[in-house]
Design a protein around this ligand. Structure first.
Ligand SMILES: [Zn+2]
Ligand SMILES: [Zn+2]
Length: 256
């Protein structure tokens, strides 16, 4: 496998605008060498400390306002047919109202300080399971993978839900059974069914880590943004984030 060193990435990224660099850093999955290269370029431009944090926030917000010329939703990236009835806002287009609202909530949630988000993620983690309502098993974002196939086509799907470990294992077992029953019926399915079954088994067997996952933290951000909006503070988040949310931030009202 070809691997690139830091100098390669410095050469490749140097011509990018600071905002583009920050978006790459925050949104894309980059290898360690690429991350170090971007850090060095930012330092050489004097983007460090508080200035860096502010520019990061601006870059994420700009990311949620980006529009593409393709047939893809500007929030979830899903491709749609050319005649799709897009929900439009300025130059942006979305699959529907839900993607539009989630994009705006994600943008607004950038202003919520990390310590408030982490507190909320912790309360979600040790609170009641949104699926079975039981307490005592860690709540996390639980993923499951599926494959259905027929003759020439294999359809893959991955889904996630906020749930306790017991509910997560149950979902992975059901997903593995579903793959076993419905996955094999095409040539592509013959290859992908064992992979999808393995992914579910691995998820079911992996123990929870001690810290909230990136997905849970992201859901906590979204949850807080929803709470702020319910309190009719959606456009005022910037003004109130210096203090704690009046809701106490422990609502289990999670949008899935
Ligand atoms: Zn969408
Ligand atoms: Zn549960």
């Amino acid at each position: 496998m070809i691997s690139y060193d830091k100098q390669y990435f410095i050469g490749r990224f140097s011509s990018l605008q600071t905002e583009e660099l920050l978006q790459s850093l925050l949104v894309k999955e980059l290898c360690d060498e690429a991350v170090v290269a971007i850090d060095e370029i930012l330092q050489s431009r004097g983007v460090v400390g508080h200035a860096l944090e502010l520019q990061k926030q601006g870059a994420i917000k700009a990311f949620f306002r980006k529009s593409s010329a393709t047939n893809q939703c500007d929030f979830c990236g899903r491709s749609r047919n050319p005649l799709w009835n897009w929900t439009r806002d300025g130059a942006q287009k979305f699959c529907g109202k839900q993607c539009f609202e989630r994009a705006r909530l994600m943008e607004a949630s950038v202003d919520i300080p990390l310590d408030v988000v982490l507190d909320h993620a912790a309360s979600m983690r040790f609170g009641p399971c949104p699926v079975c309502a039981k307490v005592g098993s860690t709540v996390e974002m639980r993923h499951a993978h599926y494959v259905f196939s027929v003759v020439l086509f294999a359809y893959h799907e991955s889904s996630h839900v906020l749930a306790c470990r017991r509910c997560g294992i149950k979902r992975n077992v059901l997903a593995a059974i579903s793959c076993f029953l419905l996955g094999w019926w095409s040539l592509a399915g013959l290859f992908s069914t064992p992979v999808q079954i393995y992914r579910n088994v691995r998820l079911a067997k992996s123990p929870d880590v001690d810290v909230p996952s990136k997905d849970l933290i992201s859901q906590a951000r979204m949850d807080l943004a929803v709470n702020f909006r319910k309190l009719d503070l959606g456009h005022e988040i910037r003004g109130i984030v210096g203090g704690r949310p009046r809701s106490g931030g422990a609502s289990a009202a999670v949008e899935r």
